[in-house]
Design a protein around this ligand. Sequence first.
Ligand code: SF4
Ligand code: SF4
Ligand code: FES
Length: 260
Amino acid sequence: MIASNKPEKFTVRIKRQDGKDQPSYWQSFEVPYTANQNIITVLQQVAANPVTTDGKRVTPVAWDCGCLEEVCGACTMVINGKVRQSCSCLVDELFTGATNQTISIEPMSKFPVVRDLFVDRQRMFDNLKKIQGWVPIDSTADLGPGPRETQDEQHDRYAISRCMTCGCCLEACPQFTKDNDFVGAQVIAQALYFNEHPTGAQLKGERLDVLMGPGGVTDCGNAQNCVKVCPKDIPLTEAIAKVGRQATVHVVKQFFTGKK
Ligand code: SF4
Ligand code: SF4
Ligand code: FES
């Protein structure tokens, strides 16, 4: 929808940081309005003319992006206080019904800043390694058709497969902080995704062992912020509850079988 109150130009405030562990600071830029521009376009306009509203020429703002179609998660940032992808965030949408036509853009706060709006999301990928977020195969030879799944099972697992490791759920989670070990909703949901796959289930016990340890599923405070901000509508709190139940069953089985 085109904003009815579209301006000729607008101000964008950007929280900047020259490098890891450097102090952050804000700079404002004036950008010409064009219909259908997204936040990546705004950042490109700033990069083409990196002059602040008080006339100072500065270094161009750094940011990350990849797919430009809300699939890779790389362009995630906090825009007007809301964590989201900058490629799918339209200026028209931000201006619709808004009285203030200044846009503020910040990097996510739960990940180390590499520079400006570019953050390092490596912790999410490391956590996927911890839970062995994959389907194990023992060769590249043709092993024949895989196990069959019902349409209902495919439907449930497809919902979780849409995760793009963007970090929105972690940015919104009060339990996930820069200096703790909580793995967060994203990895717990991915553990469920692989645990429910007939072949992926071979590693289910090992995944649950990790998720029952420090930083695992019991660290979730059930605040439900994660599910509200997930751009892919992944049923995160449902996934956390299911993994919690799988963990309980796993512990009971271990108790009765004596197997670790
Ligand atoms: S339910 Fe709350 S505490 Fe648990 S992962 Fe989601 S946001 Fe974090
Ligand atoms: S679960 Fe949703 S919010 Fe979290 S990383 Fe995946 S896509 Fe992003
Ligand atoms: S550039 Fe890939 S999600 Fe935005």
